[in-house]
Design a protein around this ligand. Structure first.
Ligand SMILES: Nc1ncnc2c1ncn2[C@@H]1O[C@H](COP(=O)(O)OP(=O)(O)OP(=O)(O)O)[C@@H](O)[C@H]1O
Ligand SMILES: [Mg+2]
Length: 607
C-alpha cells in the first residue's frame, strides 16, 4: 500500500524540477522541517514505531524458512521453537504486534505531516498576500498558485511517505544483507556481485525514461496553458472567430505530446525486457546455485527459501532508493521555491487584528512633490516625470489626460502600492513614510477603474469596506450608493451570489457596489478612477449621484474620462506623458486657447 501511494505521489509531482542536494539545500530543508518541531514528540514516536515495524518485517522470512524446515523434521533456527505449532503461534503474535505498530506509525506520520503542512500553507499564503504589489507584476498568478498546491503537495508527500519508506528500506537492506550472510556467506557474495550491477543499470535506464516523460509532461502543461487562456478569454476567441486558429495551435501541441510519449514508450519497452531478462535471470541463477548447495547438504530447503525471500527484500530495497532519492530531490526543489516566497520581504502591514484602528489621523490634505516614478518591473520607462500638485481637505481634484499618461499610476502611488524613486507624497504636509501603511490605506478608499467583486454575496462584497459593519450599515451604504434598488430587485436581495457561479452584475451595478463599499469605509481621501467604458445616461446618472454622495466631506481625487463630470472640480490637473502640463479650474483651463483641456473638451462636447 505504501508503494502505491508513493507512486501516485510521484506521477503527480513528476513535472516538478529537482534540486541538487548539497549543504545549502539541506539547510533549506531543515528550515522547512522546523515546521515539524511543534509535533516532534509524535514524529519521534512514529519514527520509532516505523523502525520497529520494519525490523519485525525482517523476521518473516525466518519464520517461513523455519516452518518449511520443521515440516521436514529439521530444526535449523535455534532462536525459534522446533514445532510447526510453536513457530506458527509465535509468528501470529509477531504479526499482531506488527499490525498494531503499523497502524500507529501511519496515523502519526500523517497527523504530523498534515498539521505541519497546514502551518506552512498558512504562512505561505499569508506571506503572499502581504507582499508588495511589485512582486506580483513579475509573476504569474498560476505560478504562485502552484507553489501553494503542487510544491507543497510534493513536500507533503515526502513527509508522509518518502521519509518513512526510506527508513524502512534502509532497515530492510542492511537487515536483509545481515540475515543473508547468516544463512550462507557464499550465496550472499554471489548475490552481491550480481545485484548492484543490475540495480545500477536499471536506475540509469529508469532515469533516462523519466527524463523523456518529463519532456512530454512539460509539453502537456504548455497545451494546458492554451486551454486555460482560451477558456478564460472565450468571448475574445469567439468575437474574433479564432476558433480554428486556437484549435490548430492546440492540436499541433497535442501531436507533439503524443510523439514524445510514443518515443518514450520504445525505451520503456526495452526497459521492461531488460528487467524480465536481467532481474529474473539473476534470481534464477542465484537460486540454481542455492539448489546445488542444497543437493550438497550445505543448505536446507527452508534456508534456501528464507534466502530467496531476503534476496527479494534486498533487491527491492536497492531498487527503491533512486526513486526515493528523486522524490527527496523534488521536495528540496519544491521547498526552495516555497522558502523563496517565505524569505521575501512583506509590506509593513499590521495584520494581527482585523479592526481598523487608526493611530495617526489624516485630515485630508494631500500633495505630490516632484514625484518621479517608474514601475520596478519596467525601469526603462519613466511613467511620472516630476509630478507636483496639492489638494486641501475637502477639495475635489480632477486628473485628466490621454490614456496611458499615468493617471491610474498616481492612484497606485497614493495607496502606497509602489513608492516614487524620487520626490515625495505628503499627507497633511507630512511625508507618507511618517505614517504606517495600514493608517494610510485605512483612510484612503478607491473606486477602481475596473471593479473586481469577490465570489461571495453582495452583502459580503459591500462589507469588504468594513468587515465589522452591521446589516443596517450595509443597507444604508447601498442606499446612498443608489445600489439598494437593484439589489432588492433580486429574489435573494443582499444574499445574491455574484461572480462566477452567481449573478453577473453590469458595469454600472458593479461600480455602485464599489461605491457602497467605499462609503462604508468612510475614508478621508477618496480616489475615483472612472471607468473608461461609458454607461447609458440613466445608469450614468445613478452612478453620478452615488459619487456626489460619496465625495461629500472628504478630499476626492477624480480620474475622469468624461469631462462633463468634473466641471465643478476645485482644480483640474491635465497630465500628458507623465507630466502636468496644465492645471486650474474649468473656466481657467478653457481660457487657454492652445491648451489640451480646451481641445479635449471641445472634442467631447461637439459629439
Ligand atoms: N504594473 C505595471 N507595470 C509596468 N508598467 C505599467 C504598469 N501599470 C501601468 N504601466 C504603464 O504605465 C503607464 C501609465 O499607465 P496608467 O495605468 O497610469 O495610465 P492611465 O493614465 O491610467 O491610462 P487610462 O486612461 O487608459 O486608464 C502606461 O504606459 C502603462 O503601460
Ligand atoms: Mg487608468
Amino acid at each position: 500500500m505504501a508503494r502505491g501511494r508513493l507512486n501516485s505521489g510521484n506521477t503527480q509531482g513528476e513535472e516538478l524540477p529537482k534540486a541538487k542536494l548539497n549543504r545549502q539545500t539541506l539547510t533549506h530543508i531543515s528550515r522547512l522541517l522546523s515546521y515539524i518541531r511543534p509535533y516532534r514528540g509524535k514524529f519521534a514516536a512514529a519514527l520509532v514505531f516505523l523502525f520497529l515495524s520494519s525490523l519485525v518485517g525482517l523476521a518473516f522470512p525466518s519464520f517461513l524458512g523455519a516452518l518449511i524446515d520443521a515440516a521436514q523434521g529439521k530444526h535449523t533456527n535455534k532462536l525459534l521453537p522446533a514445532s510447526i505449532q510453536g513457530i506458527g503461534l509465535l509468528a501470529l503474535i509477531v504479526l499482531f504486534s506488527q499490525a498494531f505498530v503499523s497502524f500507529f506509525r501511519i496515523l502519526w506520520f500523517v497527523q504530523v505531516a498534515e498539521r505541519s503542512l497546514a502551518d506552512i500553507r498558512r504562512d505561505t499564503y499569508f506571506k503572499l498576500i502581504t507582499l508588495p504589489m511589485n512582486f506580483f507584476s513579475n509573476r504569474r498568478v498560476g505560478e504562485l498558485n502552484s507553489r501553494i498546491s503542487a510544491d507543497l503537495s510534493q513536500i507533503q508527500d515526502t513527509l508522509t511517505t518518502t521519509i518513512a519508506e526510506m527508513i524502512r528500506q534502509l532497515v530492510l537492506l542492511f537487515g536483509g544483507v545481515a540475515f543473508l550472510a547468516i544463512v550462507s556467506i557464499k550465496l550472499t557474495l554471489a548475490l552481491l556481485v550480481v545485484l548492484p550491477v543490475l540495480v545500477v543499470v536499471a536506475v540509469f535506464f529508469g532515469r533516462f525514461i523519466r527524463k523523456l516523460s518529463r519532456k512530454a509532461q512539460d509539453k502537456l502543461a504548455e497545451s494546458n496553458t492554451i486551454v486555460e487562456e482560451t477558456l478564460q478569454g472565450i468571448a475574445n476567441v469567439k468575437a474574433f472567430v479564432n476558433e480554428s486558429f486556437e484549435a490548430g495551435r492546440y492540436s499541433k501541441n497535442i501531436r507533439e505530446v503524443a510523439n514524445i510519449a510514443i518515443n518514450g514508450a520504445k525505451y520503456r519497452g526495452m526497459f521492461a525486457s531488460f528487467i524480465v531478462f536481467g532481474m529474473f535471470g539473476a534470481i534464477v541463477t542465484v537460486i540454481a546455485y542455492g539448489c546445488i548447495l542444497v543437493s550438497h547438504n550445505e543448505l536446507t530447503v527452508g534456508e534456501l527459501f528464507k534466502f530467496a525471500l531476503y534476496a527479494v527484500f534486498v533487491g527491492s530495497a536497492m531498487g527503491s532508493f533512486p526513486e526515493l532519492y528523486a522524490n527527496v530531490q523534488k521536495a528540496v526543489g519544491a521547498s526552495e521555491r516555497v522558502l523563496e516566497i517565505l524569505a521575501e520581504k512583506s509590506e509593513d502591514v499590521s495584520i494581527n487584528e482585523i479592526n481598523n484602528k487608526i493611530e495617526q489621523k489624516i485630515k485630508g490634505d494631500i500633495a505630490f512633490d516632484d514625484v518621479h516614478f517608474y514601475y520596478p518591473s519596467r525601469p526603462e520607462i519613466e511613467v511620472l516625470k516630476g509630478v507636483s500638485f496639492e489638494a486641501n481637505t475637502g477639495q475635489k481634484i480632477a486628473i485628466v489626460g490621454p490614456s496611458g499618461s499615468g493617471k491610474s499610476t498616481m492612484a497606485a502611488l497614493i495607496l502606497q502600492f509602489y513608492h516614487p524613486q524620487s520626490g515625495a507624497i505628503l499627507f497633511d504636509s507630512r511625508r507618507s513614510s511618517d505614517y504606517s501603511l495600514t493608517d494610510i490605506r485605512n483612510q484612503v478608499a478607491i473606486v477602481p477603474q475596473d471593479v473586481m467583486l469577490f465570489g461571495g454575496t453582495i452583502r459580503e462584497n459591500i462589507a469588504y469596506g468594513k468587515l465589522t459593519a452591521t446589516k443596517e450599515e450595509i443597507i444604508i451604504a447601498a442606499q446612498r450608493a443608489n445600489a439598494d434598488q437593484f439589489i432588492t430587485s433580486f429574489p435573494e436581495g443582499y444574499e445574491t451570489i455574484v461572480g462566477e457561479r452567481g449573478v453577473k452584475l453590469s458595469g454600472g451595478q458593479r461600480q455602485r457596489v464599489a461605491i457602497a463599499r467605499a462609503l462604508l469605509k468612510n475614508p478621508s481621501i477618496l480616489i475615483l478612477d472612472e471607468a473608461t467604458s461609458s454607461l447609458d445616461s440613466e445608469s450614468e446618472r445613478l452612478v453620478q449621484e452615488a459619487l456626489e454622495e460619496l465625495m461629500k466631506n472628504r478630499t476626492s481625487i477624480i480620474i475622469a474620462h468624461r469631462l462633463s463630470t468634473i466641471r465643478e472640480a476645485d482644480k483640474i490637473i491635465v497630465l500628458e506623458k507623465g507630466t502636468v502640463i496644465e492645471s486650474g479650474n474649468h473656466e481657467e483651463l478653457l481660457g487657454n486657447e492652445k491648451g489640451l483641456y480646451r481641445y479635449l473638451s471641445q472634442l467631447q462636447f461637439e459629439v
